[in-house]
Design a protein around this ligand. Structure first.
Ligand code: ZN
Length: 147
């Protein structure tokens, strides 16, 4: 990846990290899962409000670095208004990307803005930041499917 692309992605990540509207507590959330990354200091809790298998609202609480915060804001933007099943597909595509697996066109469509995090897959110190909230979402979906 050349450096101008690299800078563009950095700028986009910072823009997503600065978004404030998702940093709030949903009082009647139906699920919450904490993501904690001691090596960086990220400590974010993902909150979801589900109604009839649709994620009608999502937010996060806590503090994290630019990458974990940006990743969480992107995640929320992607899953809000979607069914739990769609959120699971998006999550699967995200982990495929972070494991450097080949993505189908469908995967890329599902990932939307999350593709800007792809280059963090090759940074061992950063991958935990990128995937923190996605692990939390995966836990929420897995618990949901057991019920
Ligand atoms: Zn971090």
């Amino acid at each position: 990846m050349n450096s101008s692309y690299d800078n563009l992605y950095k700028k986009m990540i910072l823009d997503f990290a600065r978004q404030k509207e998702n940093h709030r507590v949903i009082k009647d959330a139906t699920a919450a899962e904490r993501g904690h990354n001691p090596s960086c200091g990220d400590d974010l809790t993902l909150l979801i409000k589900e109604q009839d298998s649709i994620i009608v609202d999502a937010s996060f609480w806590g503090e994290g670095c630019a990458i974990s915060t940006a990743s969480t804001n992107i995640l929320i933007g992607l899953i809000k208004g979607k069914s739990v099943n769609e959120a699971r597909k998006i999550t699967d595509a995200f982990f495929k990307m972070m494991q450097n697996e080949e993505l189908t066109e469908e995967d890329q469509g599902l990932l939307g803005d999350a593709v800007i995090l792809q280059n963090t897959a090759d940074m061992p110190a950063r991958i935990k930041c990128s995937t923190l909230s996605w692990h939390a979402l995966k836990m929420i979906i897995q618990k949901d499917e057991k019920n």
